[in-house]
Design a protein around this ligand. Structure first.
Ligand code: NAI
Ligand code: MG
Length: 340
């Protein structure tokens, strides 16, 4: 995914637990990471609703500095302040690539087996610039920006990801039949960049058709590259087809900063009850380990998570089990240590 950008002989990791179950799944994950033979120096940062209440600001400058100075950041979840926290971090740190793997695991409510694809979402422009004009009597207008530079960067990232991870196909998703200029450009750049990767198969679909194919033939997909809003929507659909938010990790990658977070939010309905599934946060830590080029550690943790899911004995309530967050994490840690 990237070369290690280790700054000392120790990794400095920014830890931002945030709100609600973000705090619980982070605590559980840090306990599991203790079981790896790696030297992590954690620097904790505050952000989110609780931080706003306490400090009058949801994302303090100090937290941004902590993330900026770290080799990588683990982020839990924010609550109502999510858009001013996570969207702002992505923009401030120029984290242009949002990676959201969609994978079916055993003992989950996945629609079918053998689903395994990566959504590579452009993270800096498109509709998410949220450039909306003031209301007029006629209504309201939002601008959608597609630049050559940002789209070429994300498309190249998707092909490089495919190459590094032995994927044979990249699918571009757009709506170029209607948005002829913006998505027309996206599609054109896709096939331009594709010429540099003759060994990788290509195809492109309209976003509405893709929404259907994800249900009817999810095994068709290996790597999907798409613009900001489409990537956001398709990745939640991805969460739905593989059985829920408790399982989906994600990465936000920039040239010199990276943040790893579960796709889920702070889940106020179960917060504080130790009911949260720690898997999404743990799989986010696996993605972080791969980003740091600690592939052996990543494999160990990944394998232990798969084993505990396959055994089906120590699962949280969302997966039909009766274990709490920390019991499930502990089972994964034990499995992982046993593996060393
Ligand atoms: P949510 O992801 O927090 O929860 C949706 C549903 O999934 C809830 O029923 C929840 O209990 C369940 N769920 C989520 N994660 C789970 C886990 N690990 N284990 C078991 N069940 C889990 O999304 P919702 O309810 O739309 O938003 C709640 C708050 O989170 C809002 O304030 C929202 O702004 C914020 N949010 C933050 C995000 C972030 O920090 N990146 C992303 C999405 C929402
Ligand atoms: Mg979303």
């Amino acid at each position: 995914m990237s070369t290690s950008n280790k700054k000392n002989n120790k990794y400095q990791i920014a830890i931002v637990p945030g709100d609600g179950i973000g705090q619980e799944v982070m605590e559980a994950t840090l306990s599991v990471l203790e079981g790896l033979d790696l030297d992590f120096d954690y620097v904790f940062g505050e952000a989110g609703d609780e931080c706003l209440e306490k400090n009058g600001v949801a994302l303090p400058e100090e937290t941004l500095d902590i993330i900026r100075n770290a080799d990588a950041c683990l982020f839990g979840a924010a609550g109502e302040t999510a858009s001013s926290v996570i969207v702002k971090i992505r923009q401030e740190m120029k984290m242009f690539a949002n990676l959201r793997p969609v994978k079916s695991y055993p003992n989950t409510k996945s629609l079918s087996d053998n689903i395994d694809f990566m959504i590579v979402r452009e993270n800096t422009e498109g509709m998410y610039i949220a450039d909306e004009e003031e209301y007029t009597p006629e209504g309201a207008i939002a601008r959608r920006i597609i630049t050559r530079e940002a789209e070429e960067r994300i498309i190249r990232y998707a092909f490089e990801y495919a190459k590094e991870n032995n994927k044979s196909k990249v699918t571009a998703v757009h709506k170029a039949n209607v948005l002829k200029k913006t998505d027309g450009l996206f599609k054109e750049i896709f096939y331009e960049v594709a010429k540099e990767y003759p060994e990788i198969e290509t195809e492109d679909f309209y976003v509405d058709a893709t929404a259907m194919y994800l249900i009817t033939n999810p095994q068709n997909f290996e790597v999907i590259v798409t613009t900001n809003l489409f990537g956001d929507i398709l990745s939640d659909e991805g969460a739905g087809i593989v059985g829920g938010l408790g399982l989906l990790p994600s990465a936000n990658i920039g040239l010199d900063a990276a943040l790893f977070e579960p796709v889920h939010g702070s889940a106020p309905d179960i917060a504080g009850e130790k009911k949260a599934n720690p898997t999404a946060m743990l799989l986010s830590a696996v993605m972080m380990l791969r980003y740091l080029n600690e592939n052996e550690a990543a494999d160990k943790l990944d394998k232990a998570i798969l084993k505990i899911l396959s055994e089906g004995k120590t699962l949280t309530g969302d997966l039909g089990g009766s274990a709490n967050t920390f019991e499930m994490a502990e089972a994964i840690k034990k499995e992982m240590i046993g593996d060393i």
